[in-house]
Design a protein around this ligand. Sequence first.
Ligand SMILES: [Zn+2]
Length: 355
Amino acid sequence: MGDVEAIIWEFIREDWPAAEFEQWVYNHPELEEFWGRSFYLQVISAGFVESQHVYELRESLREWMDLHTTSGCECVKWKSCFVLGAIIVGFQDGQEFLASKFETLKVQDDRRRLIACLGCNQKWYLGIDEIYVDHHLLRLSDAQTKEIIENTQWPTEFDKLNTYPDDYFAPMNNERKSYKSLLQRLRVPLGFLTAVLFLVFSRPSWQTIAIGAPIALVGVAIRAWASGHLRKNAQLAISGPYAYTRNPLYFGSFILAVGVVICGGSWWLAALLLGFFLAVYLPVMQAEAAHMHVLFPHDFAAYEENVPLFLPRLTAWKKTTARFDQRLYLKYREYRALLGLVVVVGILALRVVMQ
Ligand SMILES: [Zn+2]
């Protein structure tokens, strides 16, 4: 059944048109045994024409496959042109991840190479965009792989990666691009500096902590909830808090920051923190939206239209059956947000005691 799973994943990840998949399903009645009668009936009676129906079909197939199959390899779920972003805080570093799952077969230059998946032996063309610290992966056929190995015929898809000629973007885009990459590099040191300033200059009292700490805890809870619904890059997250805001992780961080600022009891620090948040995260969220359009060309537009970028809507956009997955919470090491909050509130409480 391994091949059948691979074919179904090909449809789910949008590498196979719905009409052809429909034909394939009709030609393979034995799928009834694979899926079981009721799910099989659900699939053959699904709409294969309207994009909304096709989207829903892919979603329910994905859920079924995640629940019922244990295909050892993640990369079967990836789209043929895939970007492993390193943007979202807390996600495993791209290099580290690739080194654990792939071996290098042939090197083109210091940012492009041919790699093979250690799990399923699928060959990928890897290109690293150093500006965005993104890893681009292109699924290769056996023929393409042979061309690379025997004739050193490299694909041309990544020729422009990170080597944008000056006229590739409009001047305004260039400016924004360099601002974003600057922020990307400065985000961690800036955040650290803000935290030190905050701890040194805050004026906490038991009252400010009693009001701020529960608010900060709500922020931590929103982040935790989001992390359990984020199947990064493999699937557009629309379940859980993602049905209310497109950026629940950042929204949670924002609420967390508001709570911490209240704990600190200093207004100019509040302004500083808010400024830091807007300057750093607004461009990051916009960059990610552009990135999502590339990753999910069909699904993202409808999602973007219905779910706000940051401030949540009041009702869930869509009811889904996707559940909170605590393995994801652990994988992203999201508990670090809670630990961080405990440390910060602890330090502030210590200052109150020592005043
Ligand atoms: Zn694989």
